[in-house]
Ligand binder design. Structure first.
Ligand code: ATP
Ligand code: MG
Length: 199
């Protein structure tokens, strides 16, 4: 609506690889909260995963997100954290988006498994004052109460039991991932020889 502040969803992830659970969650939040935009923000350096496992280069992960969102104009792949470089902190992304459009309302989307980690996020006390949190259920994660101190909303999504970790294991073992990952992403993975699929 002209004159109304834009309501923008920020769905951040490593997306290594992006999968149908991510897409379903993003679509559900976009639709159910009636957002104006939904950004899929590819982490440049996911600081929680650094040193724990090798992470696929950001450009490959971004290419998979682009492939996954083909034909879905409501989902916008975002390079904001790649362009900024270095470790990716949501508070920096939020501040950058607010400097571009100070009147916008930002909604940070997380799966239920992430809620327990929120207190470890950079500048969490600042972040929770300036955004709304949208929490989506995730199979295997206990349904969480509103995280203390956050303005939050729980968004019901059709549960989709898949993780990127499981997919990396399946791809490396040459097992099928049909239905768990959009077809265009499977093509992108094979074209780029990711997850040892180029052997
Ligand atoms: P990994 O196994 O490598 O951690 P992941 O599947 O958890 O991968 P991430 O990129 O870590 O994917 O997650 C990005 C965001 O998507 C997080 O907020 C996470 O909770 C959410 N998410 C991931 N998978 C699902 C799913 N199946 N349903 C709902 N939310 C999900
Ligand atoms: Mg994860």
């Amino acid at each position: 609506m002209p004159g109304e502040p834009a309501r923008i969803g920020i769905f951040g992830g490593t997306f290594d690889p992006i999968h149908t659970g991510h897409i379903e969650a993003a679509e559900a939040v976009y639709r159910l909260l009636g957002l104006d935009r939904m950004l899929l923000v590819v982490a440049n350096e996911p600081w929680q995963k650094e040193g724990i496992r090798p992470v696929t280069p950001a450009e490959d992960r971004y290419a998979m997100v682009e492939a996954a969102t083909e034909g879905r104009p409501e989902l916008e792949p975002s390079r904001i954290e790649i362009e900024r470089g270095g470790p990716s902190y949501t508070v920096d992304t939020v501040n950058e988006l607010l400097s571009r459009d100070p009147s916008s309302e930002l909604i940070v989307v997380v799966g239920a498994d992430v809620v327990a980690d929120l207190p470890t996020w950079k500048d969490e006390p600042t972040l929770r004052k300036i955004v709304t949190l949208a929490v989506v259920d995730r199979p295997g994660s206990v349904v969480v109460d509103s995280p203390p101190g956050w303005r939050s909303v729980s968004v019901p999504v059709v549960p989709f039991d898949v993780s990127s970790t499981e997919l990396r294991t399946r791809l490396e073992a040459d097992l099928p991932v049909d239905g768990l990952v959009p077809d265009a992403v499977i093509h992108c993975i094979r074209r780029r020889g990711l997850y040892a699929t180029g052997r």
